[in-house]
Design a protein around this ligand. Structure first.
Ligand code: OAD
Length: 251
C-alpha cells in the first residue's frame, strides 16, 4: 500500500526527523559517503572523538574547519525549504535533526531540536564553557591541519559543540524529541540511515505510540506493518511533490 498524502494534510502534530541526507543536495557529504580527499585515510571516529582531538587537535580542528566552511558556503535546498513551509501548513510541527549544520534555520525553520549539537557553536575542551567569540569560517581548503582557536577565559583549546562518538546527547533535547515522537500522529523520517542510537529510536517510538511513519530516502527502506511507508528518491524532489499532493499547487 502506498502513502496517502491526505494523512499529511490531516496531521495535527507532525514530527519531521532529518539526517545527513536532507543536506546532501546542498553539497554536504553524508556520513555513509566515503570521506573524501585527505580525510579518506581516516575513520570518522578518529576525527569526531575526544580521543582523536587529544591525540591530534590540529587534524580534528582542520576537519571541522573544512566542514564549517562547506556549510558556510552551502545553501538550503528545496527539501529544507519544503520543511520550513510545512510549519505554516499543519497545526503543530516539531523538527528534530541529527545534523550539525544550520541549513534548516537558514531555510526559515524555527526551533529545530539539534540532537547532535551545532557546528556554529564552540566550547572549551578544557573548562567546557561556551566560547564567547566564534571565529568566522575560512575559505574552503580541504585537507589542511589547523590549530584550534583558544578559550578567552582559560586558554584551553576550543572544540565544536557537537556530540562526538562516545559522548552523551544533550538530555533536554533528547527528552523533547522522544516526547514529540510519542505524541505525534505522523512522522516523516528524511535522509537518515537510522543506524545511530539513540536518535534511531525516534521513528520506532512514534510507530509504537500509534503514529504513521513515512521514510524519504534515496535508498529503499524496509517497512513493517500498516502504518509504515517509504518513498525512494531525493528529499529535495520528494518533499515539494508531497506538499503539492497534500496541500495543492501553491504549497
Ligand atoms: P548517514 O550518512 O548515516 O545517512 C544518510 C542517509 O541519507 C542514507 O540513508 C542515504 O541513503 C540518505 N540520502 C542520501 N542522499 C539523500 C537525499 N538527497 N535525499 C534523501 N535521502 C538521502 O546520516 P545520518 O543518518 O544523519 O552523528 O547519520 C546519523 C549520525 O551518524 C550523524 O548525525 C552523525 C553520524 O555519526 C554524530 O555526529 C553524533
Amino acid at each position: 500500500m502506498s502513502f496517502d498524502p491526505s494523512l499529511l494534510a490531516k496531521a495535527r502534530h507532525l514530527v519531521v526527523f532529518t539526517g545527513a541526507g536532507i543536506s546532501a543536495e546542498s553539497g554536504i557529504p553524508t556520513f555513509r559517503d566515503r570521506l573524501s580527499g585527505l580525510w579518506e585515510r581516516y575513520e570518522a571516529s578518529e576525527l569526531a572523538s575526544a580521543e582523536g582531538f587529544r591525540r591530534d587537535p590540529a587534524l580534528v580542528w582542520g576537519w571541522y574547519e573544512w566542514r564549517r566552511t562547506l556549510v558556510h558556503h552551502a545553501q538550503p535546498n528545496p527539501g529544507h525549504q519544503a520543511i520550513a513551509r510545512l510549519a505554516a501548513l499543519v497545526p503543530k510541527l516539531t523538527l528534530i535533526t541529527q545534523n550539525v549544520d544550520d541549513l534548516h534555520e537558514r531555510a526559515g525553520s524555527r526551533e529545530a531540536l539539534h540532537l547532535h549539537g551545532r557546528l556554529d557553536a564552540l566550547r572549551c575542551f578544557a573548562c567546557t564553557r561556551p566560547a564567547l567569540e566564534i571565529p568566522k569560517p575560512d575559505e574552503p581548503n580541504e585537507g589542511r591541519r589547523v590549530e584550534p582557536p583558544r578559550c578567552t577565559r582559560c586558554n584551553g583549546k576550543l572544540r565544536p559543540s557537537v556530540v562526538w562518538f562516545g559522548e552523551q546527547l544533550p538530555g533536554d533535547v533528547l527528552r523533547a524529541a522522544f516526547t514529540a515522537a510519542e505524541e505525534c500522529d505522523l512522522l516523516l523520517s528524511i535522509g537518515t540511515s537510522g543506524v545511530v542510537e539513540p536518535a534511531a529510536r525516534i521513528p520506532r517510538l512514534a510507530l509504537a505510540a500509534g503514529a504513521t511513519v513515512l521514510h524519504l530516502n534515496t535508498q529503499p527502506v524496509a517497512v513493517q506493518g500498516e502504518r509504515e511507508f517509504a518513498l525512494a528518491g531525493p528529499a529535495g524532489e520528494l518533499l515539494p511533490a508531497l506538499l503539492r499532493q497534500a496541500f495543492g499547487a501553491d504549497a
